[in-house]
Ligand binder design. Structure first.
Ligand code: GDP
Length: 297
C-alpha cells in the first residue's frame, strides 16, 4: 500500500501520546521529532517538513482543551488537519469550458505514465459523465506512443487523431481540435511528447501547443515513485506552462509518499487524480482529507 512506512512511523510517534491524561511540552517535542524524521524519511521536501513541524508544535502547545478529546487525541487531530492542508484540503475538479469541448493538455516526462493516463482519464469521463472524449496524439518523436494511444482508443472505442509523418505538433493539435469540434466531442485530451528530463526544445514545443490549443486544463503527470524529484519536475513544468493541476501516477508502488505530500506545498498546484495501477480503470480522484486519515490509520 502507498505510504505504508510513513503511516507506520507516524502512528508510532502519536501512539505514545494517546494514553496520556496530560501532555507536557517535552511530550510534544518528542512526538514532533519523530514526526519530523518520519516525513524526511518519506522524502518530503525539507522546507515543507520544517514549516509543518513548526505549525504542529505551535498548535499543540496552544491547543484549547476540548472536553470530548483526550490531549493525545487533540494532537492527532491537529496532525490530521495539517497533513490534509499540506496536500490541499479538498478534492479539486477539472476546469470545464463554457462551450464544448473542454480541452485537457497532458504534459510530463517520458515513462511517467502520461499516455496510459490519457486513456484512464478518457475512460473515467465516459463512465462518470457519459462523455464522448476525443484524443490527439501529439507525441510524434516516439512512434510507439502513437500506436499505444491508438490501442487505448480502440479498447475504449474513442477516436484518436493522428497525422502520420507530420512533425509539426501545434499543427496536428490545431487540426485535431477542428475535427473534434466538427464532431461535437465534449472533451479533447491532448497527449504531448515527453523527454527523460526537462529541456528547452520540449518546453518550447509545449508552450506552442498551449498557445494554439487554449487548454482549460494543463495536467502534469508525475511519477510518485520518484519522490522529491517529482516535486522538482513539477516546479520546472509549472514555471514555464502554469499547469492547472497534477496527476500522480504509480501511487500503488510508492511506499514513501513524499511526492503526494510535497507537490501541493511546493508548487501551490493541486493533485486532481492518482494512478493506482496499470489498468485503464486505475485512476482515482485525490481526496487530501481521506488520504490524511488513511495515513494516520
Ligand atoms: P509515458 O511515457 O509517460 O507515456 O508512459 P506510459 O503511459 O507508456 O507508462 C509507462 C509505464 O508505466 C507503463 O508500463 C504503464 O503501464 C505504467 N503505469 C502508468 N501508470 C501507472 C500506475 O498508476 N501504476 C503502475 N503500477 N504503473 C503505471
Amino acid at each position: 500500500m502507498a505510504f505504508e512506512n510513513l503511516s507506520e512511523r507516524l502512528q508510532k510517534a502519536l501512539r505514545n501520546l494517546t494514553g496520556k491524561g496530560k501532555i507536557s511540552e517535552e511530550d510534544i517535542n518528542a512526538a514532533s521529532r519523530e514526526i519530523r524524521l518520519a516525513l524526511l524519511e518519506a522524502d518530503v521536501n525539507f522546507k515543507v517538513v520544517k514549516d509543518f513541524i513548526k505549525t504542529i508544535k505551535k498548535r499543540a502547545l496552544g491547543a484549547e482543551v476540548q472536553e470530548s478529546l483526550t490531549p493525545g487525541q487533540q494532537v492527532i487531530k491537529i496532525v490530521d488537519e495539517e497533513l490534509t492542508k499540506m496536500m490541499g484540503e479538498t478534492a479539486v475538479p477539472l476546469n470545464k469550458a463554457p462551450h464544448v469541448p473542454t480541452i485537457i493538455m497532458m504534459v510530463g516526462l517520458q515513462g511517467t505514465g502520461k499516455t496510459t493516463t490519457v486513456g484512464k482519464l478518457a475512460n473515467r469521463l465516459m463512465k462518470t459523465e457519459n462523455a464522448r472524449p476525443f484524443l490527439i496524439a501529439g507525441d510524434v518523436y516516439r512512434p510507439a506512443a502513437i500506436d499505444q494511444l491508438k490501442q487505448i482508443g480502440d479498447q475504449l472505442k474513442v477516436p484518436v487523431y493522428t497525422e502520420p509523418g507530420e512533425k509539426n505538433v501545434p499543427k496536428i493539435v490545431e487540426d485535431g481540435l477542428a475535427e473534434a469540434k466538427k464532431h461535437h466531442n465534449d472533451y479533447v485530451i491532448i497527449d504531448t511528447a515527453g523527454r527523460l528530463e526537462i529541456d528547452e526544445p520540449l518546453m518550447k514545443e509545449l508552450e506552442e501547443v498551449k498557445a494554439v490549443a487554449h487548454p482549460d486544463n494543463i495536467l502534469l503527470v508525475v511519477d510518485a515513485m520518484t519522490g522529491q524529484a517529482a516535486t522538482g519536475v513539477a516546479k520546472g513544468f509549472d514555471d514555464r506552462l502554469d499547469v492547472t493541476g497534477v496527476i500522480l501516477t504509480k501511487l500503488d508502488g510508492d511506499t514513501r509518499g513524499g511526492a503526494a505530500l510535497s507537490i501541493r506545498a511546493v508548487t501551490g498546484k493541486p493533485i486532481l487524480f492518482t494512478g493506482q495501477g496499470e489498468k485503464l480503470t486505475d485512476l482515482d480522484v485525490f481526496h487530501p482529507d481521506r488520504m490524511a486519515s488513511r495515513i494516520l490509520g
